[in-house]
Design a protein around this ligand. Sequence first.
Ligand SMILES: C[S@@+](CC[C@H](N)C(=O)[O-])C[C@H]1O[C@@H](n2cnc3c(N)ncnc32)[C@H](O)[C@@H]1O
Length: 293
Amino acid sequence: MTSSSAPVASPAPSAASAPEPGSGLPDFSGEVAAYYAEYRRGYPPAVFDALARTFGLDAHAGIGDLALDLGCGTGQLALPLAAHVRTVIGLDPEPDMLRGARTAADRAGVRNALWLLGTDADVPALAALLPGDRPLGVTVIGNALHWMRPEELFGALRPLTRPGGGVAVIANGAPVWAQDSDWSQALRGALEEHFGRPITASCGTDAAERERYAAALTAAGFTDVRDTVIDYEDALTPDQLLGTLFSAIPATSLPSPAERPAFAARLRAALPAPPTAAGYPEPVRISLLTGRA
Ligand SMILES: C[S@@+](CC[C@H](N)C(=O)[O-])C[C@H]1O[C@@H](n2cnc3c(N)ncnc32)[C@H](O)[C@@H]1O
């Protein structure tokens, strides 16, 4: 695993692209949430070490930090982060995702996590719940900012963040249909045939979107805005690849349970054979865009 970090200048904002295959609205309900909980990869320990170092996170009971995971999904960030802070609040508008997060926390024995139904627009309402002398140590947003209003959100978070704490906008690799490899291109082609249109969503991972987020952090008064990159190699079995894909298709666009085996069979037929028993090789680049208060 390698990691590097560089300051980010503040370029002009640019338009965000459409979010996901299928409809442009986030819908992680029902089976999509179940696929998410089972198949979406989490984050390696280097991510949490970097967060703890950057924001000086404190896990002591009573005096330690409060963390907010905005768009927490089924807890991929919130659960490991809980070990580095006093309490983590997972906020998400999808009840099925929150239910998955709660179940995962119970299984992992994580007791210092709370799960709240809400969106980025509800962040100002959190102010009343936060202790005045010890507001947020860190807010993490993993693979979710493309559904939010970054400018308003960062402006709301800035006064709720303790000095030295901050915000981390995290991208967990590129979507499985948006990579350079032969298998990713084959998957994209099969999806374009199914949906009948180009699949271009980068889900907040492309350079233009990251630059817009960096500019919004700076405009909201966060400083030392920088991008830290963590690279590692992974592999996806065909089941993991399809499970990961199905976790990203809005519930309204996911083929019905009766039609799904045929859909999955068409996708498998379009893919090359996995080159190794471990599956399709995937270089994973995690990007942590951080700004400090
Ligand atoms: C791709 S998942 C990311 C889950 C997790 N953070 C991760 O890193 O894997 C995106 C999540 O953002 C949530 N979401 C969508 N719109 C949101 C909004 N306006 N405010 C907060 N969360 C939102 C979705 O319900 C979904 O659970």
